[in-house]
Design a protein around this ligand. Structure first.
Ligand SMILES: [Zn+2]
Length: 512
């Protein structure tokens, strides 16, 4: 059994742009517990009011398996453990398990703590004994352990022995600066294991791009606890990504950590945390990314449809992800067929050829349907004559005005709806917003369901940068009605027209 120790709520929040509210932290705690992790590091108790409050509140959250730990440092250099504020906050947190970090690297002891090597050992022993005597279990994080070991192995080992003798139940070897290589981790962990009896853990950062590899090598060399964060969030280049480590442990190394049924929650938890962190999920993230089981090349798609093992290292369902087949110029007919089937549309071979040709010619014009499934479904329906245009003909006008008071955008749209001409004007934050509002003003009396549709993301890509300001642009819009989300695309040399086309598709797709 390998213990999974999650530090998303503490180390993860050190990542640039990441901040969780108290409520977010409580919600994530619940999700992590459902995922089946063994430990959830709740925060640095006493360091800020939010973390202090978190420990107050988390006591009443019912957890199945996970134990919430309070993080802190060893006591300061010239204060006794009893009088130290960090020690006191850990006791005040009410947590049963404390995770405290201490220095393993002589350089840090002398240059950062500005104390003697012997006093640092005393600080480690003292702090752990104090917490133990107050009834807490203690996990000891040996900060900068690998760097310390490389510079002064004897001293680094003395710090580990100090923690062991004082009663730490697990000693976690930290690659705090994240620059250690997998083979070094493996050698050092084996060496430490020979000279200690206490169970070991690994805490790796990703500055060398090897945090996951380092964690895997540490497990192979005998550690029994892996620390990391959801999506690898963390300071600088992040922490070891538990969303890769957990399936690696289970599927590749056949080691027990969370249950198979819990593994199926992994993709959902990954996206949930990125949602609360307000960060766009990485499509190419192993196992849980949107592209992790996505096939584009025609020959690959053909092979995967015959047997998924041909181009997949593992089964997407095992981690709660799903297979996607992309529509692109490279796509073959089978791609179109299976995509249509996914949306409940049956196509004849002749229609399939026709649609494939349409896709190819639109892609020549700059369209791309990979990220715009909404527009693709409409394309299918148009080819079959099953589409449902919202109106017959249109014109629009957008006026942008900048003066000393600021900048304003005003859009007017004129549509032919059921043989009648209707017109509406609206101001907006920008031209696209103004158009969107004016369109909705005209359409919602007839299509009330459009009221719920929100534009959630808007991206512009310049297609032929060489043409400068006359270049063609592709606009990609994400929309949501609160239940489902969809993406649509528009292309034009005029950015407003490209946006208009993408908005029309978004509303038409959302109205069915
Ligand atoms: Zn860390």
């Amino acid at each position: 059994m390998i213990e999974i120790y999650d530090t998303t709520l503490r180390d993860g929040t050190q990542g640039e742009g990441i901040s969780f509210s108290l409520n977010d932290k409580l919600k994530i705690t619940k999700k992590l517990d459902n995922l089946g992790v063994h430990y959830i590091e709740g925060g640095w108790s006493g360091s800020n009011p939010k973390d202090t409050l978190f420990f107050k509140k988390v006591g009443s959250v019912k957890l199945n398996r996970a134990v919430v730990t309070a993080f802190g440092s060893t006591r300061r250099a010239n204060v006794s453990a009893e009088e130290d504020t960090s020690m006191k906050s850990i006791l005040d947190s009410g947590a049963d398990v404390a995770t405290i970090f201490g220095k393993s690297w002589d350089f840090h002891v002398m240059e950062v703590l500005k104390t003697t090597l012997e006093n640092n050992l005393e600080m480690i022993r003292d702090s752990i004994r104090f917490l133990r005597s107050n009834g807490l279990r203690v996990i000891y994080d040996a900060e900068h352990f690998f760097d310390g070991f490389k510079k002064n192995a004897d001293y680094a080992m003395q710090t580990v022995e100090a923690a062991q003798s004082a009663g730490a139940e697990t000693i976690v070897l930290c690659d705090t600066n994240g620059g250690t290589m997998p083979f070094e981790v493996s050698n050092i962990v084996e060496e430490v294991k020979k000279r200690t009896t206490v169970p070991l853990g690994i805490h790796a950062h990703n500055d060398g791009g090897t945090a996951v590899a380092n964690s895997m090598m540490a497990v192979k060399s005998g550690v029994v606890q892996v620390q990391g964060t959801i999506n690898g969030y963390g300071e600088r280049c992040g922490n070891a990504d538990l969303c890769t480590i957990i399936p690696n442990l289970k599927i590749k190394l056949n080691l027990d950590c969370i249950a198979d049924s819990q593994l199926k929650n992994l993709t959902r938890v990954s996206r949930y945390v990125s949602e609360l962190a307000n960060l766009v999920p990485r499509n190419d993230q192993p196992y849980v990314g949107k592209s992790a089981f996505t096939h584009k090349g025609g020959a690959h798609v053909d092979a995967v449809l015959k047997n998924a093992d041909s181009y997949e290292h593992t089964n997407p369902e095992s981690v709660g992800n799903s297979r996607r087949l992309l529509i692109s110029e490279l796509a073959g007919k089978r791609n179109i067929l299976s995509k249509a089937k996914e949306h409940g549309v049956d196509l004849s071979l002749a229609k399939t050829k026709e649609i494939l040709n349409t896709v190819k010619s639109l892609e020549n014009d700059g369209y791309q349907f990979e990220g715009a499934e909404g527009s693709f479904v409409l394309l299918l329906k148009r080819a079959l004559g099953e589409d449902n245009p919202l109106f017959d003909a249109e014109s629009f006008e957008v006026v942008i005005k900048k003066d000393h008071k600021g900048i304003t955008a005003n859009a007017t749209v004129e549509l032919e709806l059921d043989g009648k001409r209707v017109i509406a004007s609206s101001m907006g934050d920008g031209p696209v917003d103004a158009l969107n509002r004016a369109l909705k003003d005209v359409l919602t009396p007839i299509y009330p369901e459009l009221k719920l549709i929100r534009l959630t993301d808007y991206k512009v890509r310049v297609l032929d940068a060489k043409s400068g300001t006359a270049a063609k642009v592709r606009v990609l819009i994400d929309s949501s009605d609160g239940k489902k989300t969809w993406s649509t695309v528009g292309v034009s040399t005029n950015i407003i027209e490209a946006s208009w086309n993408a908005i029309l598709d978004a509303l038409e797709y959302g109205s069915v």
